[in-house]
Design a protein around this ligand. Sequence first.
Ligand SMILES: Nc1ncnc2c1ncn2[C@@H]1O[C@H](COP(=O)(O)OP(=O)(O)OP(=O)(O)O)[C@@H](O)[C@H]1O
Length: 576
Amino acid sequence: MIEILQRRFALSRQGAVDLIKGCAACVVQDISLMCPVGLMYYFVIDTMNGAVNGSRTVFYAAGVFICLCLIWTAARFQYNATYLATYVESGVRRIALAEQLRKIPLSFFGKKDIADLTNSIMGDCAALETAFSHFVPSLTGSIISTVLIGSCLFAYDWRMALAAVWVLPIAFAVTLFSARIQEYFKSRSVTANVALESGVQECIECLQDLKANNAEGDYLKGLNERIDRAESGQIVTEFGTALFVVSSTLILKLGIATVALTGSALLIRGEIDIPLFFMFLLAASRLYSPLEGALQNLAAVISTRTNIKRMNEILEYPVQTGENRVTNQGCDIVFDHVGFAYNTGRTVLKDVSFTAKQGEVTALVGPSGGGKTTVSRLAARFWDIDRGKITVGGMDISKIEPETLLSLYSIVFQDVTLFNNTIMENIRIGRKDAADEEVMEAARLANCDEFTKKLPRGYHSMIGENGCELSGGERQRVSIARAFLKNAPIILLDEATASLDVENESQIQTALSRLIKDKTVLVIAHRMRTVSRADKVVVLSDGIAAEQGTPKELMNTGRIYPHMVRLQAMSQRWGI
Ligand SMILES: Nc1ncnc2c1ncn2[C@@H]1O[C@H](COP(=O)(O)OP(=O)(O)OP(=O)(O)O)[C@@H](O)[C@H]1O
């Protein structure tokens, strides 16, 4: 049962247990609300028979008191078991999604954009939070308590009970019948919302380019269309839900009419007495009011199936697994007949073989789109390859858990990601437990010292969202400082010095020479100057390692490499 709930509603184990408790609490609460009706029935009978004396009055007073205590206790238990537990579960679910996103291969992100994933973590979780705090327990509670109370009514008079309950299966059938239609509209509405959020995010991110190209008008027109689609999607979904819920509620209302008619007929024939007639009228109205809510809840629960499906898509996506310990002998990286294609299916690497030796700098060069970035990412198992094998120090990286493997790597990306925090903390990401002095030493080696000192609070200065208060070169130096701090045996540099001025670049290169001693270095560089001092150059072209050797060897024997060197020399003579 718990496993089924976990799977069906994307819940943690504790969340499934809490859901069962919440449903039980709602049943107790609904039944406790029916107790006063029973008490009133017997009170009316006693009053009509003139049997209300001192001890009876105490009995009814005690009954009222017990009913109030029962209702209060049930409500409190129900609140804790539904609302509080659901908020905790929501937090657990969001963390589970974020954890899963950390573990799944990057190929997944090719199919989803950031807005979509953010929507799953925030929007879908919020929809489920509302469903499980407000809807599911009270829906289950209403159904179970209705069945129990309905059975009790049969014990009093089966004809009156039948007049009261015949509407229930019909009302539920109408709502259930609409499930597929509601789900269809809901899924269209979610898709339109995600498209809108993605458009807004893109608009904010690209505002600078839109302004530069005077393209704001066209873009906003497209965005307006997305807003219209999201709005109409929402209206249609709500209208569809309302149509079925209102129809079901109207059917329920018919129940009161049939109780009144049947009761009147039986009363005239003298087959029931007035207290029983009123008790049924009261019970029917009490019976239907939670059910009206329940039918709305049922509609809302049906529509959360789309949210659950979206979250399960993330939670059930196969993660990259492997050994949690590394057994490498040295840190040579070997690409052995590697073949790879992204989600698009177009082969990027056909057959790449080369070795990047420990203690050497291996430079990846080649025409744009040749696969340099792809090769460096595959070396760190950001994606899994389709053919061949990649080993680090003799161990097959496809058998190593990605995070364990990454402990061997320091990576400096072309696109630096910084956090809205201090410079000190941004560098400390390289090694969480590093002392301030170690962070500052890494910063000094990466040449961050000089610009940090000019900031009002030095290393404790905040740098804005994604380091927006720093220049491109400064941002890149912070990211290089992280690599210094991590001090891993393998270093991947992706155009690491691209945004630095000449003075900085030479200082960084001196520092890098210190850092890379005895390490495996894989560097992607477009500028031949950067690679001229590499120990080995691998030229990637047309999905293969077309040429490899020392820069000198390639100048003599290569075809593509000397051509690139000549082209770059010509471009350096170019001026505006
Ligand atoms: N995430 C991705 N999804 C699909 N295709 C991709 C992805 N990343 C890169 N590619 C494609 O793979 C090919 C190789 O790209 P890659 O970035 O590795 O080349 P590169 O040699 O580093 O290029 P550049 O020098 O221009 O940075 C390109 O054709 C590119 O369009």
